[in-house]
Design a protein around this ligand. Sequence first.
Ligand SMILES: [Zn+2]
Length: 227
Amino acid sequence: MDAAVLTTPAVLILLGPPGAGKGTQARMLEEKFDLVQLSTGDLLRAAVAAGTDAGKAAKAVMEAGDLVSDEIVIAILRDRLGEADCAKGVILDGFPRTTVQAQALDDLLTSTGQKINAAISLEVQDAEMVTRISGRYTCGGCGEGYHDSFKQPATAGTCDKCGSTDMKRRADDNAETVASRLEAYHAQTAPLIAYYDGKGALNTINAMGQIDEIAQGLNDIVTSAMA
Ligand SMILES: [Zn+2]
């Protein structure tokens, strides 16, 4: 079915741990389906900059050093969903984070005649993810990327491209940090996954494959969810 026949904009939720390629896939969906990706940080910044009522409320809370309440985020989201560029639909990234927020989002969408078309969980195998992320390093000379397991330079420690021996690793790419990031992600996301599964809106996709394969799987899910 052509997306143009939709009477209400699609609402997709993208869930995935750091390193699962969520940003890349969200950009693909934006282009392919004319959607807009909305992250909580971007929403807040834009609302504060625009000086909307909800934006002013958020600014006051943030200036006081407090966390912006769910009510304010929902109010900002309500304003944003009404803007012209969201006419085809949105991809929510980083919101909701809790089932309380998910319920509030459902209430908002009910009031606007919308619903969650699909919650899509990018699934990773944790042990393999730790290997992938913790093995990464880059040449400090030219920025070429390398990997302990998948892409070693011809001469250990020397860049194939520029000959530099200045190899850099991100401090937070070590195995322990990556494992604990994944653990925190699962702990935070499990209730949300159960929530959307209970509503029949959950779709899972293996995020460990080739980028093209993942994109194709997402494409199928979104095509079907927007039909
Ligand atoms: Zn180099």
